[in-house]
Write a protein that binds this ligand. Sequence first.
Ligand code: NAD
Ligand code: UGA
Length: 332
Amino acid sequence: MSEHTPAPHPPVLRRAVVTGAAGFIGSHLAHALLGSGTIVIGVDRRDPATDQVAAANLAALQGVPGYMHITADLLNCSVDPLLFEADVIFHLAAVPGVRPSWGPRFNEYVASNILAAQRVMEAAHRMRVPRLVVASSSSVYGPTSGGASVEADHLRPASPYAVTKLAEEQLCLAHAARANCPTEVVALRYFTVYGPRQRADMFIHRALHAALTGQPLSLYGDGHQRRDFTYIDDAVTATIAAATVPNATGAFNVGGGSSASLLEVINIAKSLVGRDIQIHLEPARGGDVLTTLANPARAHEVLGWQPQVDLHNGLRAHMQALAQAAGYGAAA
Ligand code: NAD
Ligand code: UGA
């Protein structure tokens, strides 16, 4: 380095732990953190050596200097050593998905979404980690009158999944509220996140897949239900801000404040590919709400967060990534 070259700024976060790093949001977050010079310890119970989805999600991270991946289950691993000298824990590991949370898998939801969070929070306390950002969910609001949800609203989760996510965020916040807790907690209520590597059970992935392949799309209900869809890069930006903005605590909506119906998404997908989508109508699923819509004011004012990607551009980027990953050739 010449004497005229200014010294690089040290990264704001020197070392971060990302739980759920082999997942959709966690893998994007880890990648963005590495790009800004943060050492990242990724933890996930899915083993990329045996799990194809985990391997695909982690493909861009493996071998990158500064990234260390640990395959471990937070329900029984030693958490403390993972947190050594961490500036922040991003606790994203969870069993997601609204509809499968009814029935026999409920135990898994309780275990990964509540019991694992308790273990992580206790370890954060012992290891004196200054901040934990926990992934909460728009589903904690439950049914609304259609207006935008504010963090202080009365919460009426309508599915077992949503109940566990509310328990998870409140559990972490309760720890943080204790007088001697060294760990500040920020809970991010993500609103339906989409983009490359979105989980294959989610609607946008399925709609784009149907458009690309010609295979039918199952539509649960009449398609008029609306979501405040959030592009993955915007979700990641909010997540990093939640770790770095001084004195940010409590719950924040991560949703841009506009919604689209499933039918609108289908129409954009059709126009991007230039092919019709064959739709199989199925009954609406219990626990699905009609509308999600974020009031993003608190995230804007405290975190300085402003989403950048509108639905049309986000769907195009998602479509292109899906087409490339699946070898469908150029799309859109
Ligand atoms: P994902 O399933 O792709 O990632 C979650 C990861 O957590 C998985 O790789 C899984 O193996 C891991 N995991 C689960 N239990 C674990 C355990 N006990 N120990 C270690 N690892 C464990 O899900 P995602 O869509 O990336 O969601 C990430 C987080 O964001 C979750 O907490 C989810 O509830 C929340 N969230 C997601 C969305 C969305 O639209 N994707 C919206 C709101 C909230
Ligand atoms: C999504 C995530 O899956 C949850 O993990 C997350 O917590 C939640 O967002 C959130 O915002 O908090 P959801 O809104 O149900 O949950 O998103 P999708 O799974 O993409 O479903 C959206 C809508 O599409 C639902 O009404 C669903 O019934 C419908 N759908 C889904 C279909 O019609 N067909 C499908 O094949 C899949």
